[in-house]
Write a protein that binds this ligand. Structure first.
Ligand code: PGA
Length: 233
């Protein structure tokens, strides 16, 4: 059983979401499939498929125009929230400190945070991957016994069609696993994300300590998402 999460980013219509969740609900799989559409679709018919948001405010409520709180997300019935996605880090200047606050807000509202971490190509090429990953783990995870997930998403692999080699993925997942084990979080699921497609999903999901996949582009169409859900074991 693997966890397969679709991150729709700023894509999708109500029809697309209702259609996709209906098809997923009719697909035979033992995998746990979760769809994270834009906020506005969280109240749409989800056909029993668990949903998540893509971001969460650091505040409970108040004068924060455009923000959505953990309570509001939980009220939609969503059970998950992606925090610290590299697009949030890059375009909205989210720091590890902010991501830790968002993770805390998710937990306070009984949502399961999916905390994204990953290095840039520069960092990988200058052998800083381990340092960056460890630093993100140290600074994004609050002191908690609540369930959370870690998604390893190398920034350079997102939406580019490039992926690390299986050995590179295994090595980073191992670093994450050892860190979590040391901090009494050894049951935490570790996902891989970045250019997952029907042609590489099965192989990536079979790498040691890959408990699931976080999928962007390929999660938008049943033609690409369903084969992944069906083939990953
Ligand atoms: P991608 O995105 O699968 O389109 O590379 C993954 C993500 O950003 O979560």
């Amino acid at each position: 059983m693997k966890i397969i999460i679709g991150n729709w980013k700023m894509n999708g219509t109500r029809t697309m979401f209702e259609n996709m969740t209906k098809i997923i609900s009719q697909t035979k799989t033992s995998n746990r499939v979760i769809v994270c559409p834009p906020y506005t679709l969280l109240y749409s018919e989800n056909n029993g498929i668990p949903t998540g948001a893509q971001d969460i405010s650091t505040h409970d409520n108040g004068a924060y125009t455009g923000e959505i709180s953990g309570q509001m997300i939980a009220e939609t019935g969503a059970k998950y929230v992606i925090v610290g996605h590299s697009e949030r880090r890059l375009y909205h200047n989210e720091t590890n400190e902010i991501i830790k606050q968002k993770t805390t807000m998710a937990i306070q509202n009984k949502l399961t945070p999916i905390i994204c971490i990953g290095e840039t190509l520069d960092e990988r090429e200058s052998n800083k991957t381990e340092k960056i990953i460890t630093n993100m783990l140290e600074n994004c995870i609050p002191n908690t016994e609540h369930e959370f997930m870690i998604a390893y998403e190398p920034r350079w692999a997102i939406g580019t069609g490039m992926t690390p080699t299986p050995n590179e993925i295994e090595s980073v997942h191992n670093i994450i696993f050892e860190y979590l084990k040391k901090h009494n979080h050894e049951t935490t699921s570790i996902l891989y994300g970045g250019s997952v497609s029907p042609s590489n999903a099965t192989a990536i999901a079979a790498i040691p300590h890959v408990d699931g996949l976080l999928i962007g582009g390929a999660s938008l169409k049943p033609d690409t998402f369903i084969p992944i859900i069906e083939s990953v074991k």
